[in-house]
Design a protein around this ligand. Structure first.
Ligand code: S3P
Length: 168
Protein backbone atom coordinates (compact mmCIF):
# COMPACT_ATOMS: atom_id res chain seq x y z
CA UNK A 1 0.00 0.00 0.00
CA UNK A 2 1.41 3.37 -1.07
CA UNK A 3 -0.39 6.44 0.25
CA UNK A 4 0.69 9.93 -0.81
CA UNK A 5 -0.63 12.86 1.22
CA UNK A 6 -0.85 16.01 -0.85
CA UNK A 7 -2.14 19.55 -0.34
CA UNK A 8 -1.06 23.12 0.22
CA UNK A 9 1.70 24.08 2.67
CA UNK A 10 0.29 23.99 6.19
CA UNK A 11 -2.54 21.53 5.48
CA UNK A 12 -1.04 18.97 7.87
CA UNK A 13 0.52 16.38 5.54
CA UNK A 14 3.45 15.58 7.84
CA UNK A 15 1.39 15.70 11.03
CA UNK A 16 -1.33 13.37 9.74
CA UNK A 17 1.12 11.21 7.84
CA UNK A 18 3.04 10.40 10.99
CA UNK A 19 -0.12 9.53 12.92
CA UNK A 20 -1.54 7.51 10.04
CA UNK A 21 1.70 5.54 9.74
CA UNK A 22 1.57 4.69 13.45
CA UNK A 23 -2.06 3.65 13.28
CA UNK A 24 -1.73 1.52 10.16
CA UNK A 25 1.75 0.25 11.12
CA UNK A 26 3.13 1.39 7.78
CA UNK A 27 6.43 3.31 7.51
CA UNK A 28 6.04 7.08 7.29
CA UNK A 29 8.27 9.11 4.98
CA UNK A 30 8.48 12.88 4.65
CA UNK A 31 9.56 13.79 1.13
CA UNK A 32 11.06 17.16 2.11
CA UNK A 33 13.13 15.46 4.85
CA UNK A 34 14.43 12.88 2.39
CA UNK A 35 15.36 15.60 -0.12
CA UNK A 36 17.26 17.57 2.52
CA UNK A 37 19.04 14.43 3.77
CA UNK A 38 20.11 13.54 0.22
CA UNK A 39 21.20 17.10 -0.60
CA UNK A 40 22.94 17.70 2.73
CA UNK A 41 21.20 21.07 3.11
CA UNK A 42 17.81 22.35 4.11
CA UNK A 43 15.05 23.40 1.71
CA UNK A 44 15.78 27.11 2.13
CA UNK A 45 19.45 26.54 1.26
CA UNK A 46 18.58 24.42 -1.79
CA UNK A 47 16.27 27.15 -3.08
CA UNK A 48 18.80 29.90 -2.37
CA UNK A 49 21.90 28.15 -3.69
CA UNK A 50 20.54 26.00 -6.51
CA UNK A 51 17.16 27.52 -7.39
CA UNK A 52 13.62 26.21 -7.46
CA UNK A 53 14.10 24.37 -10.74
CA UNK A 54 16.84 22.22 -9.23
CA UNK A 55 14.69 21.64 -6.15
CA UNK A 56 11.83 20.39 -8.35
CA UNK A 57 14.13 17.97 -10.15
CA UNK A 58 15.45 16.66 -6.82
CA UNK A 59 11.88 16.38 -5.58
CA UNK A 60 10.84 14.27 -8.58
CA UNK A 61 13.93 12.06 -8.40
CA UNK A 62 13.52 11.48 -4.67
CA UNK A 63 9.81 10.73 -5.11
CA UNK A 64 10.59 8.07 -7.72
CA UNK A 65 13.45 6.54 -5.73
CA UNK A 66 11.43 6.26 -2.54
CA UNK A 67 8.38 4.87 -4.28
CA UNK A 68 10.34 2.34 -6.29
CA UNK A 69 12.38 1.25 -3.28
CA UNK A 70 9.51 0.65 -0.85
CA UNK A 71 6.37 -1.48 -1.19
CA UNK A 72 4.32 0.11 1.51
CA UNK A 73 4.44 3.62 2.96
CA UNK A 74 2.64 6.78 3.92
CA UNK A 75 4.39 9.72 2.28
CA UNK A 76 3.93 13.38 3.17
CA UNK A 77 4.70 15.22 -0.08
CA UNK A 78 5.66 18.88 -0.39
CA UNK A 79 2.93 21.38 -1.26
CA UNK A 80 4.24 21.71 -4.81
CA UNK A 81 4.99 18.03 -5.47
CA UNK A 82 1.84 17.21 -7.49
CA UNK A 83 2.26 20.33 -9.63
CA UNK A 84 5.53 19.52 -11.42
CA UNK A 85 6.73 16.84 -13.87
CA UNK A 86 3.31 15.20 -13.82
CA UNK A 87 4.14 13.83 -10.39
CA UNK A 88 0.42 13.59 -9.71
CA UNK A 89 0.07 11.14 -12.61
CA UNK A 90 2.99 9.11 -11.29
CA UNK A 91 1.59 9.00 -7.78
CA UNK A 92 -1.86 8.02 -9.00
CA UNK A 93 -0.40 5.19 -11.06
CA UNK A 94 1.66 3.82 -8.18
CA UNK A 95 -0.63 4.38 -5.21
CA UNK A 96 -3.46 6.34 -3.62
CA UNK A 97 -3.24 10.12 -3.42
CA UNK A 98 -5.09 11.90 -0.63
CA UNK A 99 -5.69 15.64 -0.85
CA UNK A 100 -6.02 17.29 2.55
CA UNK A 101 -8.12 20.23 1.54
CA UNK A 102 -7.95 23.25 3.89
CA UNK A 103 -9.59 26.64 3.49
CA UNK A 104 -7.43 29.67 2.70
CA UNK A 105 -8.27 31.18 6.12
CA UNK A 106 -7.13 28.05 7.91
CA UNK A 107 -3.88 27.87 5.90
CA UNK A 108 -3.21 31.54 6.54
CA UNK A 109 -3.68 31.11 10.30
CA UNK A 110 -1.29 28.17 10.41
CA UNK A 111 1.37 29.57 8.04
CA UNK A 112 1.59 32.98 9.72
CA UNK A 113 3.64 31.44 12.52
CA UNK A 114 5.65 29.08 10.35
CA UNK A 115 7.15 31.21 7.60
CA UNK A 116 10.82 30.80 8.47
CA UNK A 117 11.33 27.25 7.28
CA UNK A 118 9.46 27.79 4.02
CA UNK A 119 11.48 29.66 1.39
CA UNK A 120 8.48 30.54 -0.76
CA UNK A 121 6.81 32.56 1.99
CA UNK A 122 9.51 33.48 4.50
CA UNK A 123 9.88 37.12 3.41
CA UNK A 124 6.19 37.92 2.97
CA UNK A 125 4.23 40.31 5.18
CA UNK A 126 0.95 38.93 6.54
CA UNK A 127 -1.00 40.76 3.86
CA UNK A 128 1.24 39.46 1.09
CA UNK A 129 1.05 35.95 2.58
CA UNK A 130 -2.73 35.96 2.36
CA UNK A 131 -2.67 37.02 -1.31
CA UNK A 132 0.07 34.48 -2.02
CA UNK A 133 -2.01 31.64 -0.57
CA UNK A 134 -5.10 32.73 -2.50
CA UNK A 135 -3.28 32.96 -5.81
CA UNK A 136 -1.11 29.86 -5.43
CA UNK A 137 -3.98 27.78 -4.13
CA UNK A 138 -6.13 28.64 -7.13
CA UNK A 139 -3.22 27.84 -9.51
CA UNK A 140 -2.58 24.50 -7.82
CA UNK A 141 -6.13 23.33 -7.32
CA UNK A 142 -6.21 21.74 -10.74
CA UNK A 143 -3.44 19.37 -9.62
CA UNK A 144 -4.79 18.69 -6.14
CA UNK A 145 -8.20 17.90 -7.62
CA UNK A 146 -6.69 14.94 -9.45
CA UNK A 147 -6.17 13.14 -6.13
CA UNK A 148 -7.75 9.71 -5.73
CA UNK A 149 -9.61 10.97 -2.66
CA UNK A 150 -9.96 14.27 -0.84
CA UNK A 151 -10.79 15.14 2.74
CA UNK A 152 -11.60 18.50 4.36
CA UNK A 153 -8.58 19.46 6.45
CA UNK A 154 -9.59 22.38 8.67
CA UNK A 155 -10.90 20.12 11.44
CA UNK A 156 -9.60 16.75 10.40
CA UNK A 157 -9.39 13.76 12.75
CA UNK A 158 -7.40 10.57 12.30
CA UNK A 159 -10.55 8.44 12.24
CA UNK A 160 -12.02 10.57 9.48
CA UNK A 161 -8.81 10.33 7.46
CA UNK A 162 -8.72 6.54 7.77
CA UNK A 163 -12.38 6.35 6.84
CA UNK A 164 -11.91 8.45 3.72
CA UNK A 165 -8.94 6.41 2.53
CA UNK A 166 -10.56 3.02 3.03
CA UNK A 167 -14.20 3.74 2.30
CA UNK A 168 -14.20 6.18 -0.60
C1 S3P B 1 6.65 23.90 -1.19
C2 S3P B 1 6.23 23.33 -0.02
C3 S3P B 1 7.15 22.81 0.99
C4 S3P B 1 8.51 22.46 0.38
C5 S3P B 1 9.04 23.61 -0.42
C6 S3P B 1 8.09 24.01 -1.55
C7 S3P B 1 5.62 24.39 -2.15
O1 S3P B 1 6.60 21.67 1.62
O2 S3P B 1 8.42 21.31 -0.42
O3 S3P B 1 9.25 24.68 0.45
O4 S3P B 1 5.97 24.57 -3.34
O5 S3P B 1 4.46 24.56 -1.76
P1 S3P B 1 5.39 21.74 2.71
O6 S3P B 1 4.10 21.73 1.97
O7 S3P B 1 5.59 20.49 3.50
O8 S3P B 1 5.61 22.99 3.51
Amino acid sequence: MKIYLIGFMGCGKSHWGRLLGEKLKIPFMDLDDRITAAAGKNITEIFAEEGEERFRALERDTLHQLSEGTDSFIMACGGGTPCFYNNIGYMNRTGTTVWIHCSVDCLFGRLQGEKAKRPLIRDLSDEALKSYIQKKFSDRRIFYEQASVQVPGDELTLDRLVDVIFHS
